[in-house]
Design a protein around this ligand. Structure first.
Ligand SMILES: [Zn+2]
Length: 249
């Protein structure tokens, strides 16, 4: 009975050909997908637009073309994983530019520290995904520079699906073990090289924490895959399997 009901429920409509053509014209990472993955991304973007509320704030307005573009970029990391990667949250909040957030932390001595961070994106474990539109546009202007804030924040969402934000997404058990081992080794090596003053071409922000390492490397997989493969080959191999081939290869 439920199966029958489910079949009756219409699939969310994919973006119209005009909107999708405009998305491909603006986003090289979408334009360079092969026809099969392009079809999959378009369907995923339709599902994203159906399931997520996109809320522009602080005076920003977004038209249908910009919303479709955001949905497409956010769904790039789901090409292999599928729409289960959209589970557990409902809202994409978009600021016009980098945004300030207040942070607090109580240290071991019980002292409350408060500070302000300026962010271009943020993903709460079970809350909204937040992006700066100016930074999304800057990623689109330089698609092979190693940056893609939408992919970065979606990597955090995939990471958090198993309940722990630790740089290891939900995977079959054997792969998860190999992933955790290889990423830890690569992360430790990356931090050690950085501490010794070495330069890998990969954003040093990746050294912040294992979960940032995964999110930053995900950006390189999509927008500078050759650099990632040279600098961090084992990580590049896992990401190739997890996300499928980079559109830039
Ligand atoms: Zn991050």
């Amino acid at each position: 009975m439920t199966g029958w009901l489910r079949r009756l429920r219409p699939r969310p409509a994919a973006p119209s050909p005009a909107l999708w053509d405009a998305t491909r014209a603006r986003a090289a990472l979408v334009a360079r997908l092969d026809p099969d993955r392009d079809r999959r991304l378009r369907a995923l973007a339709g599902e994203f637009l159906h399931r997520k509320t996109i809320t522009p704030v602080a005076g920003l307005a977004l038209d249908d073309g910009q919303r479709t573009l955001l949905a497409a970029l956010c769904c790039l990391p789901l090409l292999e994983f599928g729409s289960e990667g959209l589970h557990g949250w409902s809202q994409l909040i978009v600021y016009p530019d980098a945004f300030r957030v207040n942070r607090t932390h109580v240290d071991a001595a019980g002292v409350l520290h408060e500070w302000e961070d300026e962010l271009i994106g943020e993903a709460w474990e079970a809350g909204p995904l937040i992006l700066s539109w100016a930074d999304v546009e800057s990623d689109l202007d330089t698609p092979d520079a190693g940056f893609c804030v939408a992919v970065h924040e979606m990597a955090h969402k995939l990471d958090a699906l198993d309940g722990v934000l630790d740089g290891t997404p939900a995977l079959p058990r054997a792969w998860q073990r190999a992933w955790a081992r290889d990423f830890q080794q690569a992360y430790d090596g990356f931090v050690a090289r950085l501490d010794a003053g070495g330069e890998s071409g990969i954003d040093p922000y990746a050294a912040e924490a294992p979960e940032e390492f995964f999110a930053v490397c995900s950006e390189y997989h999509f927008s500078a895959p050759a650099l990632l493969r040279t600098g961090l080959p084992t990580v590049a191999a896992h990401l190739q399997r997890f996300y499928g081939p980079s559109p830039l290869e």
